[in-house]
Design a protein around this ligand. Structure first.
Ligand code: URA
Length: 264
């Protein structure tokens, strides 16, 4: 027992050291960001075209095409690229963030900025996985900007509005239907509140397993949900790395055994 504890402490220390060494660089220019501007969602330039109901979509490629053409909310008119999702379409775990930022909008891929690099490190050091082994997506597929006229500005990110999230949510649900993962990891408070339909904060929700409130793939087709901190929160507050490590250990145990400890 003593030996196991010592090994766990050593693993944790190594994990924290790795994350610190790799991500300790100077803050990005403009990271402090300009003073937040008032929320401004552009008026659609043309009448929004409603997408076909998601049930009609035959596969992920067709869904990705629909997301690329989506104008269901103002974000679709301001983004540079729709950010559909990345990774294995047979993944057993789907990581869900809030929405794309500057880097993601430019590259068309989720979690490619500093938060994404940290997420990759966590996947590698705790779970022994690459991003191509899991699936990574966001609640909203387009970059929410404070100033939508200025997609080249840094410090222009803002959280998605409830309307934007409701407009985009069916795409995520359809992605989950195609992938049929065993579990979802919600990264931070926004996806946790939205997917678990709760008002509770992430520090209360993290570290526990929940059931996704809807059966997305038939009777009994339950998906487990494990909330944890958003990697951006770990960049701001390194003390949260330890809890995140605990959460990832819970995920690892579930992926290895198919069971949640303490439950049959
Ligand atoms: N933060 C998110 O929530 N999603 C991304 O894709 C990048 C940063």
């Amino acid at each position: 027992m003593k030996r196991e504890l010592a090994e766990a402490a050593r693993d944790l220390a190594a994990y924290i050291r790795t994350l610190d060494e790799d991500l300790a660089g100077p803050p990005r220019p403009g990271a402090a960001g300009p003073k937040p501007a008032p929320l401004a969602v552009p008026a659609p330039a043309a009448a929004p075209v409603p997408p076909r109901p998601v049930q009609d979509i035959p596969d992920m490629d067709a869904l990705a095409g629909q997301v690329k053409a989506c104008r269901k909310c103002g974000l679709g008119y301001a983004r540079l690229n729709a950010v559909f999702g990345v990774g294995s379409r047979k993944a057993r775990v789907v990581f869900v963030g809030e929405g794309p930022g500057f880097q993601e909008d430019h590259r068309g891929e989720p979690f490619v900025g500093r938060s994404g690099q940290l997420l990759d490190k966590i996947l590698e050091t705790v779970l022994g996985l690459k991003r191509s082994d899991v699936y990574i997506a966001n609640i909203v597929k387009c970059h929410p900007m404070k100033d939508p006229e200025n997609p080249e500005a840094h410090g222009n990110d803002r959280p998605p509005t409830p309307e934007e999230m409701s407009a985009c949510r069916p795409y995520l649900e359809e992605q989950l239907r195609f992938i049929k993962p065993a579990c979802i990891v919600t990264l931070g408070s926004v996806p946790t509140k939205v997917l678990l339909n709760t008002d509770k904060g992430i520090s209360v929700m993290r570290g526990h397993w929940y059931d996704y409130p809807a059966e997305l793939f038939g009777p009994g087709g339950r998906i487990k949900v494990l909330p944890t901190y958003h990697p951006a929160a770990l960049l701001r507050n390194p003390n949260l790395k330890r809890d995140t490590w605990e959460d990832m250990k819970m995920l690892k145990a579930f992926l290895e055994t198919g069971k949640i400890s303490g439950q049959d």
